[in-house]
Design a protein around this ligand. Sequence first.
Ligand SMILES: NC(=O)c1ccc[n+]([C@@H]2O[C@H](COP(=O)([O-])OP(=O)(O)OC[C@H]3O[C@@H](n4cnc5c(N)ncnc54)[C@H](O)[C@@H]3O)[C@@H](O)[C@H]2O)c1
Length: 289
Amino acid sequence: MSEFDGRVAFVTGAASGIGRALALAFARAGSRVMLADIEGDALDTAVGEVRRTGADARAVRCDVSSEASVEEAARRTVEAFGAVHIVCNNAGVIVGGRAEEIAERDWEWVLAVNLMGVVHGIRAFLPRMRSQGQGGYIVNTASGAGLFTPGMLGPYSASKFAVVGLSECLAAELVGTGVRVAVLCPSFVNTRIFDAQRNHPDCSERRGVEAPEKADPLSAMLPLLQSGMEPERVADRVLEALRAGEFYIFTHPEMRAVCEQRHANLIAAFESAERSFALGRAESKKAGA
Ligand SMILES: NC(=O)c1ccc[n+]([C@@H]2O[C@H](COP(=O)([O-])OP(=O)(O)OC[C@H]3O[C@@H](n4cnc5c(N)ncnc54)[C@H](O)[C@@H]3O)[C@@H](O)[C@H]2O)c1
């Protein structure tokens, strides 16, 4: 019997891409699933697909950038299923461009969905999970862009670095509680993420990456996205990693070289500090020599 059998999974961004694949994977592993998303029609389609696996699945319209909306989704999840054991804070959006040129409203939107969405998920669900006393998992979707950044993704990278940091913090806070935390850091996955503008609050005034008004940095990366990993493989990897008790869930081992380079840069910066005259280190070493 699967350890997810009979458990209750709540997934945000469940109408598309990685979230939809997670909902299906938990359903196939025997979980009951609450799918949450801001897009109503796509959500109806996705919950239908999950039900066809034979699972007990429900759907709730939810805007993760709204604390009240996530709280209501948590209330309805527990009302429907009696408990909640797996929370996937997965919904996300992206904009590309130079940090100084991206509109303040776009900065706020990306941070509100990608960072505050995770915060709202934690605040709404964690107290319920703690008081149930049945353990469980919080799985936060960050990104490879939360570990290193190629540039032109300021709000996105800032939000994803923040989700990695928040997840590390939460893991420390939850030691011994039976609730485990994991942070998912994929590289390119073949989803609709570059068409995230469809969910922008000013959507009617904007155009997606499929019809950019001018050269959009996301357009240049579109072939990489479309040839990326299929979301189903990412979801299978998440369940495998949770079973194995992994905290960082990596899906693209080829990211290792860029992470190693970043870590080498960090270590080199410590070595500079150790040699620093301003910090008095070089002089004290000389004095001690
Ligand atoms: N696709 C990739 O290459 C990739 C790589 C790394 C990380 N990620 C992350 O994976 C997560 C899922 O994205 P995806 O790639 O499946 O994209 P996707 O666009 O296919 O799915 C994202 C889902 O989030 C929903 N959503 C958007 N705003 C929302 C809001 N305010 N409230 C609730 N739901 C909202 C969308 O309606 C959509 O169903 C995101 O956090 C993304 O940053 C994606």
